[in-house]
Design a protein around this ligand. Structure first.
Ligand code: ADP
Length: 436
């Protein structure tokens, strides 16, 4: 800057001296000023041409302020070029990596149009890139469940599973991720094999359980006949009693396994109907009364009689009965068991609370797994099959409800079944209530 000021001052002074010597001081200064201005405009034009296209119009030697400006612009330009190259390499690698994923990935704009798709989108969804660019996703993929998760502000983490319309042997899991406020990424995976393997597994367990049912009934029948026999030698009394206990246990396991298989079978129609939870609980309590008396437990009930819901009565009976019998079994004598059926915020909660031994925190996540037991010996002693909580979880899943477990060692446990508002009869709109 200073250099330029000195230069221009020097030029104006020279013009003044020359003008003075020839007697035209002001016109000479004016002429010099116009010359300087013209020169500056020309250099500005050169700079502009260079900024527009640095490769085609190399910058001529510059000095002063223009030199500094040019140097700074060159530096910024070089930096941008470098960043551009890095970004482009990163983008290529990223697309290559996404392309190698076995899932179909489709990016959707705020207007629902396809912005990008990886090569697997063609295989899994029939979406071709770049041919289907800017085509509406919902014009190509027409599943109402998928449309629903796309429009959901908080799409479900596990997505939705749909049977392909074009190929009935294909099952696809769709997930939607909102990566900006309006833009979404659809991840679709072909889960046909997984579903098939699961089905084989479920069928196998169901078939084995079914096949075991008859031999077990026969075995138990004979054991009972032998137990009732007169003149039974003393040495057979205990073994036969054990055989009876074990065969009863096996029958319970088999019937629980069959029940679980029935719950897992998606074709099992859930008989949705208004359920009076208090009468379900009363029926269970009548059945477990002898057990409660035997263990001298105190029972406290806190129920909202007016709170009714839509559900499958037999399934709910089975789930609640498992929770109540667990509380009775695992709580030592003279315990306190509290049953609650009430609204909690927007949801209805059925809970069973006991002041039993509680469950160490590290077991809580795995409690609903089949045959998972905190203390296997105690569970077997109490006649448990190890399938009770797995049944509870399945029943609740079928009612879109959640199982919450709070437990503190030495204090007790609370098992809560949390039902969504749309299952509550009192909360349904009048027109829906009358249609049920
Ligand atoms: P089980 O037939 O063995 O009772 P469940 O699936 O019903 O099987 O329960 C799994 C395990 O959870 C049980 O073995 C037990 O260790 C633990 N459990 C369940 N309910 C309670 C409870 N109310 N108090 C303490 N432990 C419990």
């Amino acid at each position: 800057m200073q250099q330029d000021i000195w230069k221009f001052t020097g030029l104006i002074l020279t013009a003044a001296i020359v003008g003075y010597s020839i007697g035209f001081i002001l016109p000479t200064i004016l002429l010099m000023t116009l010359g300087i201005l013209g020169w500056q405009i020309y250099r500005l034009h050169l700079l502009y041409k260079w900024v527009i296209n640095p490769r085609k119009d190399p910058m001529p030697e510059m000095s002063g302020q223009f030199y500094l400006l040019h140097r700074e612009l060159s530096r910024k330009n070089a930096q941008n070029q470098k960043r551009k190259r890095q970004l482009s390499t990163f983008l290529t690698q990223f697309r290559r990596a996404i392309g190698a994923l076995p899932d179909a990935i489709v990016l959707i704009s705020n207007t629902g149009k396809i912005e990008w798709a990886n090569p697997n989108a063609k295989e899994v969804l029939g979406i071709r890139w770049p041919e289907d660019s800017q085509v509406r996703f919902s014009d190509l993929i027409r599943y109402p469940e998928v449309e629903a998760i796309l429009n959901n502000v908080e799409p479900p983490e596990l997505g939705v599973v749909v049977r392909s319309l074009s190929n009935k042997d294909q099952t696809i899991n769709f997930k939607c991720v909102r990566y900006t406020k309006d833009q979404r990424m659809v991840i679709a995976r072909d889960v046909s094999r997984l579903i098939k393997v699961n089905q084989i597994h479920t069928d196998f367990v169901a078939n084995v359980s079914h096949e075991l049912k008859t031999p077990l009934t026969v075995l138990r029948g004979y054991v009972e006949i032998l137990q009732d026999a007169k003149n039974l030698p003393d040495k057979f009394v205990k073994p036969l009693a054990q055989m009876n206990i074990q065969s009863v246990r096996m029958q319970l396991i088999v019937s629980d396994l069959l029940y679980l298989a029935k719950l897992e079978d998606s074709s099992t129609e859930k008989d949705l109907q208004p359920v009076d939870i208090t009468s379900v609980v009363n029926t269970i309590l009548e059945a477990v009364q002898p057990l409660i008396e035997e263990k001298r437990h105190k029972l406290e009930l806190d129920v909202d009689y007016s709170l009714k819901m839509l559900g499958a009565p037999t399934e709910l009976h089975s789930a609640f009965s498992n929770l109540i019998t667990n509380a009775i079994h695992y709580t030592p004598e003279n315990g306190l068991i509290k049953l609650r059926w009430r609204m909690s915020g927007q949801q209805a909660v059925f809970s069973v609370k006991d002041n039993g031994p509680g469950i160490p925190a590290q077991h809580l996540d795995r409690l609903t797994q089949r045959f998972y037991r905190v203390d296997p010996d105690r569970s077997r002693e109490s006649g448990g099959t190890g399938l009770g909580l797995a049944i509870v979880k399945h029943v609740l899943q079928r009612h879109k409800a959640e199982l919450e477990i709070d437990s503190t060692e030495g204090v007790g446990s609370e098992f809560k079944c949390v039902f969504p508002r749309d299952k509550l009869l009192n909360k349904l709109p009048e027109h829906l209530k009358s249609s049920i």
